[in-house]
Design a binder for this molecule. Structure first.
Ligand code: HEM
Length: 422
């Protein structure tokens, strides 16, 4: 009997956590997961549903759902979220023991970092971080500026009414990541096709984050080529400096994780951020003129939109009391970044987008050990792209009052954004 119960629990965990396969987590089942679990991902326009704020006000750590002894906790408070995300001795990020999935922790699969604990996490992350220092990122700045200008030309040529997602919000971060990884120009079109095949399924909330094999194989090939002739980008740098510490499969996995982590997130910020700025056309035009305010506007958009709605799930290593709640070993703790970023307990009206707000640290990039590696790159892109868009098209307007936002997706976004370039 205990064996049977364990089996049923494991099945339930699989359903509740999405389907974990040996290649990663398949979130395509998200639409089949009960609403009692997924409602915190829902939005009302660009705002999280009101229920999230109600739950936060009464229970910043709340039992989201419980079934056969498996508890899933929802953390919506800012201080509570920081405390969970900073604590990797009480929690594990490693999903495999909980879903019974096989596979090496070091195989660099999707979420290789996000679903990995030290020492593997420390080892893999250490390889990546030098590529994201401000000094290395500064070298990308002129190329990012060129990429933005090229895409602005595409937008202009496609006008007067144009979809900003396919012409700007998606191609800009796509090309920036190719540049960062150091993929040769001639390979990019093929990679884009692989990327958009995956992107098509992840877009719309029916994504299969597990379906990475084609782009992974492509990156394996790129890595293999660079072993003999390392390029200037991230792949070449890691080969030059740490080539004997990592094999092609792991390195391709790391590069693929960067691609997955950086593309959809930045594309969503560019599209939705522009949509929010365009609600106030004069304010939008101002972004192009007042460089001094851009950093603050970008921080406010990151906070307000919180496009990555939840952090990677944390699994309690042992029983504990979490802000008054009794958490058992193996319980899943899900931190709602969209909830925490609108916590009003530290003062202020957080439900509104206020471009004049004095920025203070927010949780859009997470917190602690798994905090986003690409945060500074993302900031750099956003700080360059919004003003460039506003300078080129100061008269831009939304072409429709309706935003076709994704209904149920960990990365919140829009499938298209029709604008009138003016
Ligand atoms: C606006 C754009 C972005 C947002 C909002 C964002 C947000 C996040 C969040 C919330 C996490 C998880 C934190 C946690 O669970 O504690 C994360 C992790 C990660 N992000 Fe980003 N991200 C963005 C852009 C990027 C870019 C541009 C890259 C790389 C080019 C990137 C690479 C990663 C990686 C590799 C991780 C895993 C880190 C780890 O587990 O140690 N992200 N990101």
């Amino acid at each position: 009997m205990p064996g049977f119960i364990a089996h049923v629990k494991s099945r339930v965990r699989r359903i509740l956590l999405g389907q974990a396969t040996s290649r990663g987590i398949d979130l395509s089942q998200l639409s089949k997961v009960p609403d009692s679990l997924t409602w915190p991902l829902r939005r009302d326009g660009v705002d999280p549903v009101a229920r999230l704020a109600e739950v936060r006000a009464h229970e910043p750590v709340n039992l989201l759902t419980s079934f056969l002894g498996l508890n899933i906790w929802l953390v919506t408070g800012e201080a509570e979220t920081k405390s969970v995300l900073a604590d990797n001795s009480s929690y594990s990020n490693d999903i495999r023991p909980f879903v019974g999935s096989r596979g090496s922790a070091t195989d660099g699969d999707i979420g290789g970092l996000g679903f990995t604990d030290p020492p593997d996490h420390t080892r893999l992350r250490k390889l990546l971080t030098p590529e994201f220092t401000m000094r290395r990122l500064e070298r990308l700045r002129p190329r990012i500026a060129e990429i933005i200008e090229q895409q602005l030309d595409v937008v202009e040529a496609a006008g007067p009414v144009v979809d900003l997602v396919s012409t700007f919000a998606f191609p800009v971060p796509f090309q920036v990541i190719c540049e960062l990884l150091g993929l040769p120009m001639e390979d990019r079109e093929r990679f884009r096709e692989l990327g958009s095949a995956r992107f098509d399924v992840t877009y719309g909330g029916t994504g299969t984050l597990g379906a990475v094999s084609a782009s992974r194989m492509f990156l394996m090939e790129a890595t293999r080529k660079q072993r003999t002739d390392p390029g200037d980008g991230l792949i070449g740098q890691i080969i030059r400096e740490h080539g004997d510490e990592i094999d092609d499969f792991d390195l391709a996995g790391l590069a693929d994780g960067v691609f997955t982590g950086g593309l959809e997130t930045t594309a969503s910020m560019l599209a939705l951020g522009t949509a929010v700025l365009l609600r106030d056309p004069a304010g939008f035009a101002q972004v192009g003129r007042d460089e001094g305010r851009v950093d603050a506007v970008v921080e406010e958009l990151l906070r307000y939109l919180s496009v990555v709605q939840i952090a990677f799930p944390r699994f309690a290593r042992e029983g504990m009391t979490l802000f008054g709640k009794k958490v058992s070993a193996g319980d899943v703790v899900v931190c709602s970044l969209s909830g925490a970023n609108r916590d009003t307990r530290s003062g202020g009206v957080m439900d509104q987008f206020d471009p004049s707000r004095t920025p203070r640290p927010n949780l859009a990039f997470g917190h602690g050990f798994h905090r986003c590696v690409g945060a500074e790159l993302a900031r750099m892109e956003l700080r360059m792209a919004y003003p460039a868009l506003a300078r080129r098209f100061p008269g831009m307007r939304l072409a429709s009052d309706e935003l076709s936002t994704r209904q149920l997706s960990i990365v919140f976004g829009v499938d298209e954004l029709p604008v009138r370039v003016g």
